[in-house]
Design a protein around this ligand. Structure first.
Ligand SMILES: Cc1cc2nc3c(=O)[nH]c(=O)nc-3n(C[C@H](O)[C@H](O)[C@H](O)COP(=O)(O)OP(=O)(O)OC[C@H]3O[C@@H](n4cnc5c(N)ncnc54)[C@H](O)[C@@H]3O)c2cc1C
Length: 304
């Protein structure tokens, strides 16, 4: 029911901020770093790890990028001093990628240095396809500084990904594999759900067989089943991969994976930019809008 999801997306601007906040709150730890640390502590107690993300993207000025970097340094210090089990995720456009590539590289470079010094790890999120080349460039540059302290994300819906993974496998990259959330044109991205699921499994198999550490980021049970089949066939030990999920999504499935003894990491966003983040996400992906509006109206199903 794609059309219905499109309709609810169109309606989002007239939904009062208060309601969006109520619905979005389950996906976000809170406004402050303390909130993200508290959520991490709770998940750590339940044997799950987290990756902490400061909300924000498409920064327009150098000052905003520098401020985001300052907070990322604070996150690393607090993870270390509070002794919680978490790493960090950041979006290159939040750190100024669109303002000036060199600015972004310098800021992210200092964050990676800091992460390496604390034996922590930085995951570079992948955004829309306009930023893919620069994000890979940034990633390889960061690896030349601290090989083991940085990883990147790849998206199974992009047609180019199968080519991108050749070099990533050669260099034994640490990757998060997701389907991809941005609305891309058909020439760049597969649109068919079953092709995306199969491409995900195909790429995952290549990565694991090639010796990459993979964060298997999905809430889709079919994709998880495919992943478990690959892991079984390759006889992989549990230290070669982890499952990853977003905070507030598919709690039952998360618990099933934890009960099976898998390593699992929650993506925990925090910060004041929640409104922009939530509404942008809704506009970018009407399927997600469907999930949120379903929750909003308390109805069982509004299509996928
Ligand atoms: C840890 C993590 C990090 C990610 N990082 C990136 C990134 O860097 N770049 C990027 O492009 N994308 C990223 N994504 C998003 C990803 O690309 C997908 O858009 C998203 O995970 C939905 O795909 P899916 O595989 O979970 O399966 P789907 O088939 O889309 O969803 C499976 C089921 O999960 C549930 N579900 C999925 N999403 C939601 C939601 N938002 N709210 C409520 N229920 C939901 C529904 O029950 C649905 O039926 C990330 C996802 C995760 C889990």
């Amino acid at each position: 029911m794609e059309w219905l999801n499109q309709v609810v997306t169109g309606l989002m601007p007239i939904v009062p901020k208060y309601f969006v906040g109520r619905v979005a709150s389950r996906y976000i730890a809170g406004n402050t770093l303390d909130d993200a640390i508290q959520v991490t502590r709770e998940f750590n107690q339940a044997n799950a790890l987290t990756t902490i993300d400061l909300l924000g993207e498409h920064t327009e000025t150098k000052e905003q990028a520098v401020e985001a970097a300052r907070i990322y340094h604070q996150i690393l210090d607090q993870i270390d001093s509070d002794k919680v089990d978490a790493n960090i995720s950041l979006k290159p456009t939040h750190l100024g990628l669109r303002v000036d590539y060199n600015l972004c590289e310098n800021l992210v470079g200092e964050i990676v240095d800091h992460a390496a010094q604390l034996h922590n790890f930085l995951r570079i999120d992948m955004e829309d396809r306009e930023t893919t080349d620069d994000t890979f460039k940034l990633y390889y540059k960061m690896r030349s500084r601290h090989d083991l302290s940085v990883g990147v994300v790849i998206q199974a819906y992009l047609r180019r990904t199968i080519k991108d993974v050749e070099h990533l496998i050669e260099s034994k990259a640490n990757l998060r594999l997701c389907k991809g959330i941005y609305r891309e044109p058909r020439e760049a991205a597969f649109k068919n759900r079953s092709i995306i699921i199969n491409n995900y499994a195909f790429i995952l198999n290549e990565l694991l067989e090639g010796g990459c550490y993979v964060g298997i980021a999905t809430h889709c049970e079919e994709t998880i089943w495919q992943a478990q089949k690959i892991i079984h066939n390759l006889k992989l030990s549990s230290d070669k991969f982890e499952f990853q999920m977003l905070l507030g999504v598919e709690d039952d499935l998360r618990q099933i994976l934890l009960n099976q003894g898998h390593r699992l990491r929650l993506y925990v966003p925090f910060g004041k930019e929640w409104y922009a983040y939530s509404t942008r996400r809704l506009k970018e992906n009407p399927t997600v809008a469907g999930h949120i509006m379903r929750d909003f109206f308390g109805i069982k199903s509004i299509g996928k």
